[in-house]
Design a protein around this ligand. Structure first.
Ligand code: ADP
Ligand code: MG
Length: 575
């Protein structure tokens, strides 16, 4: 979509300043005279789309527009769709930096604040920044209009809108020479990551980790890379090293994880979970300097975990759990309070329905009884008395019938050696290939007794798809979506917890997903027969018309999301 602006009615900054000074001392509502107006600053136009109702409300919504000549972006910034996405991300970060310096508190409430959603380490398409193919730029942000109590601070407002804000925007665009180089680095980094991801499927791989990558983070709550001095850079094991050609960095060497079943073993604290986390983030591109710029996974790879207490709304978990003593039907399983194993089974079935070609599972966040049943336990409790078909018996059928690979962190059970195509052992944060050794160990153990204890698991059945989405959450106003945290959002009176949907990386994604859920519940005319048809239809609309298709007013508050994460959220929504 090409950013648009309308010069015809824009006023000068001087006029705006006079207007604001006249408003000084008047009631806050008089700020509304600014709504739907625009003004020229040197080099760009600012539009005031919506004025907040009071000093404590969400700050007012504004946009700034540059045409191509004014923005002056280098050609490389516009060459491909990925370049446009990366350029917009770069400008969004610059806006965030500039606003942090220029923002201040004036008077009551949010007065004086200049806001845009916080960036994350991933490069996401956001509604806050768009670069058009022609080189025009649109940025969206919020400004807190200043007041003392409910009286307008007109002089302060004039200073804020006529001086502080234009200066802050001029610090974003146009770019200086050094800035253009940084922008092009950003673009190249993203284009290389896209090329690496694009090479996965043709190369029979589901993920790739480049040599030299920095996987560990500063802390559980800080997604910046661990300091170089402390982090052990990634080095691929000999047997799995591949080279992938990239447009800007030539051949990049690293570990290719083949499609199939991959087990990541190794002692505690040796970096298994850190590797898996980097892979689950590899569905996105990363900013230069993140350390994971060249760590990629297939776009629909799904991180799966147990989540006791979750809601399950008619998911077919019968491939994993059947014959419950309660007699409950597990081919359309419903509960308001799932156990560890049923929640994990539901997460897998739902991910498969949404098209996941690779599952990422960590023992740290799995239900043990879902993952394994050892020989002694199989002796004590025969398969006929055990409703759970452990995942170890399902990895091969998943691959054969659904074409879905698994990457599993298992430090606690050698049962997976049997079913693995690839076994890695993490040692002091570095992977070593151990497939042959693991296979030897597996075949040396008591094979005959094992065969008797491992009767064929029941045949894999195609997952029964969900029928069309059920009712709407209890809200009738679309703007009743409130994001409380990355993993918590209120939709009307319903609170949705997305703590277990771990691949949502930003609050702006959470907001977009929540709006998509409201839309899905409403747009049921004509009603599609299957839930996934309704989801696919909505995803197509967003693909075609952009994130703005989800909102009535242009805000900068949204970011792209994956279909699988939307589906995961949908299944957790109480209606
Ligand atoms: P595991 O899952 O094998 O028990 P983790 O992945 O949780 O281990 O890692 C244990 C600790 O080691 C974490 O604090 C993590 O930040 C740190 N760590 C992981 N990888 C590296 C690395 N490459 N360099 C330095 N520290 C690392
Ligand atoms: Mg771990």
């Amino acid at each position: 979509m090409t950013p648009q602006r309308d010069h015809s009615t824009a006023r000068s900054l001087a006029e705006l300043g006079e207007l604001l000074e006249k408003l000084d001392g008047r009631g806050y509502k008089d700020y509304k005279t600014l709504q739907a107006t625009s003004f020229f600053a040197a080099g760009f136009v600012v539009a005031i789309d919506h004025v907040q109702g009071d000093p404590f409300a969400d700050p007012s919504r504004l946009r700034a527009f540059w045409d191509a000549a004014e923005a002056g972006l280098p050609d490389g910034a516009l060459a491909t769709d990925d370049a446009l996405r990366a350029s917009a991300d770069f400008l969004h970060r610059r806006m965030g930096d500039s606003f942090r310096r220029a923002s201040s508190r004036i008077g009551t409430g949010a007065g004086g604040l200049l806001e845009t959603p916080a960036p994350v380490q991933q490069v996401l398409t956001r509604s806050a920044a768009r670069v058009g193919e022609n080189g025009g730029v649109e940025l969206r942000f919020r400004v807190g209009l200043p007041a003392r109590g409910r009286r307008i601070l007109g002089l302060e407002a004039a200073h804020l809108l006529c001086e502080t804000l234009p200066a802050a925007l001029r610090a974003v665009l146009p770019l200086g020479d050094g800035d253009s180089a940084a922008l092009l680095d950003h673009v190249r980094c993203v284009e290389d990551a896209v090329a690496l991801r694009g090479a996965l499927e043709p190369g029979g791989l589901v993920a790739f980790v480049a040599d030299g990558a920095i996987l560990p983070r500063r802390s559980g709550v800080d997604d910046h890379p661990m300091a170089r001095a402390d982090a052990v850079p990634f080095r691929s094991p000999e047997g799995l090293r591949v080279m992938i050609d990239t447009p800007h960095s030539g051949e990049v060497g690293g570990m290719g994880i083949p499609a199939g079943v991959t087990v990541i073993a190794g002692g505690g604290f040796h970096g298994k979970s850190t590797l898996l986390r980097a892979l689950d983030r590899g569905v996105y591109d990363h900013r230069p300097g993140d350390g994971r710029e060249r760590v990629v996974a297939v776009r629909d790879a799904a991180k799966i975990r147990a989540e006791d207490g979750r809601l399950v709304k008619g998911t077919d978990i019968s491939n994993f759990i059947r014959g419950l003593p309660s007699g409950a039907d597990t081919s359309s399983f419903r509960t308001g309070n799932a156990s560890g194993s049923t929640s994990q089974a539901a997460a897998i079935a739902e991910a498969l329905e949404a098209g996941a070609r690779c599952l990422l599972i960590d023992e740290d966040t799995s239900a043990t009884n879902f993952m394994i049943r050892d020989a002694r336990m199989r002796r004590l409790v025969p398969a006929a008395d055990e409703p759970i078909v452990p995942f170890v018996d399902r990895t091969r059928p998943l691959l054969e019938h659904e074409g879905t690979s698994s990457i599993l962190v298992v430090g606690g059970s050698g049962d997976y050696f049997e079913v693995a195509d690839t076994v890695l052992v993490m040692k002091a944060y570095l992977p070593h290939e151990a497939t042959t050794l693991a296979k030897e160990i597996a075949s040396a153990s008591d094979g005959a007794a094992d065969a008797e204890l491992h009767p064929e698991a029941p045949e894999w059945q195609p997952i029964r798809p969900h029928p069309s989405p059920d009712g709407a959450p209890r809200t009738d106003r679309r703007d009743r979506v409130r994001v409380l945290a990355r993993d918590r959002v209120r939709i009307g009176r319903t609170e949705l917890n997305l703590g277990a949907v771990e691949q949502i990386v930003s609050r702006a994604q959470t907001r977009a997903i929540a709006l998509a859920l409201v839309r899905l519940a409403r747009d049921r005319n004509p009603e599609p027969a299957l839930l996934m048809d309704a989801v696919a239809r909505l995803v197509d609309v967003v693909q075609r018309d952009g994130l703005d298709a989800l909102q009535e007013h242009p805000t900068g508050d949204l970011a792209e999301f994956r279909m699988g994460d939307l589906v995961a959220a949908l299944h957790r929504l109480r209606t």
